[in-house]
Design a binder for this molecule. Sequence first.
Ligand SMILES: Nc1ncnc2c1ncn2[C@@H]1O[C@H](COP(=O)(O)OP(=O)(O)OP(=O)(O)O)[C@@H](O)[C@H]1O
Ligand SMILES: [Mg+2]
Length: 545
Amino acid sequence: MPTPPKVGLLQGAASALNQGEHRHITVLMTDLVGFTAFVEQAGEEAAFALVSHVSGLMTAAIHHHGGSVKNFTGDGVLALFGTPIALEDGPLRACRAALEIQERLADAGDKIEAELGCRPQLRISLTTGPVVLGAVDSGESTGVTAHGDIVNLAARLQGEAAPGTVVMSEAMLRQVEGMVDAESAGVFRFKGKTELQPVHRLVAVRDHATRFDAAVARGLSSYIGRTSELAVLEEQLQRLHSVRVVDIVGDPGIGKSRLLYEFAQRHSADRIMMLRGSCSSHGQETPFLPFIEVVRNWFSVSSGEPESTIVGKLDEGLKRLSCWSLQNLGLLLNLLGLKAPGSILAELDGTLIGARTRDLLLRLIEEQSRLSTVVLLLEDLHWIDSASEDLLLLIIDREPAEPLIILHTRRPEYAPVWAGRPGVVQLRLAPLSSSETLRIAQIRFGVDELPESLARLIVEKAEGNALFVEEIARYLIERGTVRRTPSGLGYDAGMVAAGLPASVELLLTARVDRLSPEDRNLLQIAAVIGRRFDPQLLSEVGFGF
Ligand SMILES: Nc1ncnc2c1ncn2[C@@H]1O[C@H](COP(=O)(O)OP(=O)(O)OP(=O)(O)O)[C@@H](O)[C@H]1O
Ligand SMILES: [Mg+2]
């Protein structure tokens, strides 16, 4: 039996926490190209004006995506994503912020050139990984600083970025793979590192990219369990005679998106109109964000198409649904971020445009449900914008209604006002059983059975969460901790027990960060004991229950 830790050790841990916190974060570092030469040539005052301008736009982009600026280094910044509050999508946010900085700077180029006679360019680097966050008292100021390899790596990577570009480390790419477009920027040997390090150039963040889309692109493994949940969805479809809503609720990674995907796959050959859209953590200020995706899919509009093609597709779609008018065409174009023809929306203010767009979307859905069964698949309602929330309520409340089924997913922290109403079926996704968890792991490792001790460790770490199992298996394979040998699987139990993949760590930290400060502190102290602990021991170090 393991010996319980002594009270003295726990007290030591409590004070150590005050000295530095281990955390997984993302670093964004920028550098103004040719700044020293500019100071020499244009003088201190012009240099100050330039730095103010550039740092203003960088800070705005970083804040816009939830990062915090830690340091201004004269001509650059160091920004962190994932502190003080952990961000499960911190790496993707940092990518968006970096590209937005480059865009804002390019847009401001003419103005800065007219004022200061130079067109500034930035090099930006992105890294992600573990750091120690500590409060450093320098005498005059106290602030939290990040210490760790990834901060040094960000500085080195930056030197390899071509002016105007964003580069990132291999670990960073792994976190955002499938959600961004990137290309190789070469391999480099950095001081203090023995191995060559691949560097990648970030080209773009994909539209509506989600972690699940990235998983689909990598290849999904067989679907395990969840037969009763699929049966609930089938039953709603069979009983469809008015509006049916299935409210799918569950923790991150538990399998909400996969359930919708499996349902949609099972009906891909049927004459059902599946309209799909996702809310996004960065899209709460964009009115109708999930419906923008719905309209794009509905009318087969792909990104990068010429505007005239898009106009043609919307035009044809509006006619098919008996909703054509020049104003309606203008409203849809405006919704997709394109210019409405002529001055068709000129006499409407923003509120009126919003109201008319909402009414149009409602009518289009009604018309479509007259023609075929419509299934509206809406993902991640915990991030829904208020315009979409209003529209959904209208759709659900409408009377008399054409048959329509809405399947939406959300995490437990948000509940829509229609949850719990008659006609709204709630489907809470429970953790997978141990045998289902192991089946996913076996498929990922490519074996029919796992050694008992490895199976126990995986079940314990995965907590019945499908994403955790997949990520843990991927991490163990990538690091060579678990290897296939002629006689089965070879693994190092100590290493399996020791680490968690960054993606899982980020989700767990984000979960802890949602607790109250007291509960969070208590949990951190308790973590020193292990996953299960004796409340008596905690009360001895001053945490009573
Ligand atoms: N029953 C299952 N069998 C096999 N794989 C599964 C199962 N459920 C989920 N997965 C896989 O686990 C991963 C996470 O699932 P999913 O993306 O559906 O989670 P989620 O609940 O939508 O999470 P989030 O709240 O972060 O969107 C996906 O790669 C998915 O394919
Ligand atoms: Mg999901």
